[in-house]
Design a protein around this ligand. Structure first.
Ligand code: FAD
Length: 416
C-alpha cells in the first residue's frame, strides 16, 4: 500500500528517539493503520536496536549487532518509516509545530512523540573524564568498552550496584577480568528490590570472584598520561585498575521539551494516554513521568523495555483516535552469570516480604506485600512463579495466606 513519505521539512508524525519507545511507536502506528508520513529522529548513528544486551550478550561478545536490532534495517523502508540518524533535536516550537535540529534546520509535524530516554548520570569527582572511564547506555559506549578489553584491560572497577553495574560486573568476570564493585549504599539493588534479593546477588557476585564493596563512595579517579590507573575510595584506599565502568542511573533527556514549556521535574509529565501539557506532543518511555496504577497512582518514571513498549502502543492508539488509559503491568528482567531474574509488579511501597524457596538453591521468589496483598514478585529461576504471579497481579488478588505463599510446593495459581 502506498503511504505518504516525509519531506525534508515536514512529517505527519515526528518521533524523537530511535530506542525502544520510538521504534515501537512507529511499528504500532503502522499496525494501527496510520497512513501518514512518519519520521524518526535520533542522536544514535545506528538503526534502532535493543539496549538490554549492551550490558549482557552484546558486551560479552555472544550476540552481534544484527541480532540486537529491533527490526532488520530493511523493515523501516518497507513500512515507509523515515529515519534521520545521528541527528539531535535541540528545540521545539509547539505553537508552530516544528522541531529544530542541532544543525539549525527545522522540521514541521502534526503530532510529536518524544522518546528521548535518558543520558547516563556522570561521575562528579576529579578524574571522571580520564580515558578508560565508561558508561553503558548506547552502542558506542559498549563498543568503546569492548575495544578497551580487546586492547588488554583486565582490572575493572564498576561503580554502582544497580542492575546495569551488576550485569556489567558479571560479563567482565566471564571475560576474565578482576572486578571490584563499589556501591555507596549498604546493599546492592537497594532502590529497586528488597533485602533478600540484594543479599543473594551480593553473595553470588562474591562467589564468582567480584570484590563487592558496600557503603563505599568514590573520591577520585586516578590516572597517568590521561588514562585511568585506579580509583580512590572514600575510605582512603586505592584500587588499581585499567578501566572504570559507571552505572549510577540516568538523567531524563527532556531539556528541549521543558525549555518549550512542558510541565515536569523528574522527566516530563504525561497524562493517562501519555500526552504532555503541550498540544499534540506525547512522551513515552524512560523520560515520561506518569501516574502508575501498579504504584497506587504515584507519579513515577519506569526505566524498562515493557514500559517504553506499552506506552508506545498507548500513544499510537490515542493518535488513531482510541484513547485508552495506560494500564500495563510492569515487568523487567536481568541476566547475571547463569541466573535469570524476572520481576513483575512494582515493589516500591511494600511493607512485608515473603520468601518462597531457599536462595541457597539459586531458585526462589521474593513476594512483596502491601497490607497483606501481593504487589510484586522477584523470581530467580522460577519461571512458573513469574507467569502465575503476573496473573495474580493482573487479577488484583486480595490478601493471601502467608504460609501457603511461602510454600514453593503450592503453585501460585492455587492462591488466585
Ligand atoms: P531509549 O531506548 O534510551 O532511547 C532513547 C533514544 O533517544 C536514544 O537513542 C537517544 O540517543 C535519543 N535521544 C535522546 N535525546 C534526543 C534528542 N534531543 N534528539 C534526538 N534523539 C535523542 N530494561 C529492561 O526491561 N530489561 C533489561 O534487562 C534492561 N537492561 C538494560 C541494560 C542497559 C545497558 C540499558 C542502558 C538499559 C537497560 N534497560 C533494560 C532499560 C531499557 O533499555 C530502557 O528502559 C528502554 O530502552 C527505554 O526506551 P526509551 O525509548 O525510553 O529510551
Amino acid at each position: 500500500m502506498e503511504r505518504d513519505a516525509s519531506t525534508p521539512d515536514h512529517a505527519d508524525i515526528v518521533i524523537v528517539g530511535t530506542g525502544h519507545g520510538g521504534a515501537q511507536a512507529a511499528i504500532a502506528l503502522r499496525q494501527q493503520g496510520h497512513e501518514g508520513s512518519i519520521l524518526m529522529i535520533g542522536r544514535d548513528d545506528a538503526p534502532p536496536y535493543e539496549r538490554p544486551p549492551l550490558s549482557k550478550e552484546y558486551l560479552a561478545g555472544d550476540k552481534g549487532f544484527e541480532r540486537i536490532m529491533i527490526r532488520p534495517e530493511k523493515f523501516w523502508a518497507d513500512k515507509n518509516v523515515d529515519l534521520k540518524l545521528g541527528s539531535g533535536v535541540s528545540a521545539i516550537d509547539w505553537i508552530a509545530h516544528t522541531v529544530t535540529l542541532s544543525d539549525g534546520s527545522k522540521i514541521g509535524y502534526r503530532k510529536l512523540i518524544w522518546s528521548g530516554g535518558g543520558d547516563p548520570r556522570r561521575l562528579g569527582c576529579p578524574g571522571a573524564s580520564l580515558k578508560g572511564v565508561f558508561y553503558v547506555r548506547d552502542k558506542r559506549d559498549a563498543d568503546a568498552m569492548m575495544a578497551a578489553l580487546d586492547a588488554g584491560a583486565r582490572r575493572a572497577v564498576v561503580i554502582g550496584g544497580g542492575y546495569i553495574g551488576l550485569e556489567a560486573a558479571a560479563v567482565l568476570r566471564k571475560l576474565g577480568c578482576e572486578v571490584t564493585l563499589v556501591e555507596m549504599l549498604d546493599r546492592v539493588l537497594a532502590r529497586v528490590a528488597g533485602e533478600d534479593l540484594s543479599r543473594f546477588y551480593e553473595e553470588e557476585h562474591r562467589r564468582q570472584g567480584v570484590d563487592v564493596r558496600l557503603s563505599t563512595g568514590v573520591e577520585e579517579i586516578l590516572g597517568e598520561d590521561g588514562k585511568v590507573t585506579g580509583v580512590k575510595l572514600d575510605s582512603g584506599e586505592t584500587v588499581d585498575c585499567d578501566m572504570v565502568v559507571v552505572g549510577i542511573g540516568i538523567v531524563p533527556a527532556v531539556a528541549p521539551l521543558i525549555a518549550a514549556g512542558a510541565a515536569g521535574s523528574n522527566g516530563v509529565d504525561v497524562d493517562f494516554c501519555c500526552r504532555t501539557t503541550l498540544d499534540d506532543i506525547y512522551a513515552i518511555g524512560d523520560c515520561a513521568a506518569h501516574a502508575n496504577p501498579y504504584a497506587n497512582n504515584a507519579v513515577i518514571r519506569l526505566e524498562s523495555v515493557q514500559n517504553a513498549h506499552d506506552m508506545a502502543n498507548t500513544v499510537a492508539k490515542a493518535i488513531m483516535g482510541d484513547k485508552q488509559p495506560y494500564h500495563a503491568l510492569p515487568w523487567f528482567w536481568s541476566n547475571q552469570y547463569d541466573l535469570k531474574l524476572q520481576t513483575a509488579g512494582l515493589s516500591l511501597d511494600y511493607d512485608e516480604t515473603v520468601l518462597r524457596g531457599d536462595p541457597a538453591t539459586r531458585k526462589f521468589t521474593v513476594v512483596y506485600l502491601k497490607e497483606g496483598k501481593p504487589i510484586a514478585f522477584d523470581c530467580v529461576g522460577t519461571m512458573k512463579d513469574y507467569v502465575q504471579g503476573r496473573k495474580m497481579l493482573e487479577a488484583g488478588v486480595e490478601a493471601v495466606d502467608r504460609d501457603l505463599l511461602a510454600d514453593p510446593e503450592v503453585p501460585l495459581k492455587e492462591l488466585l
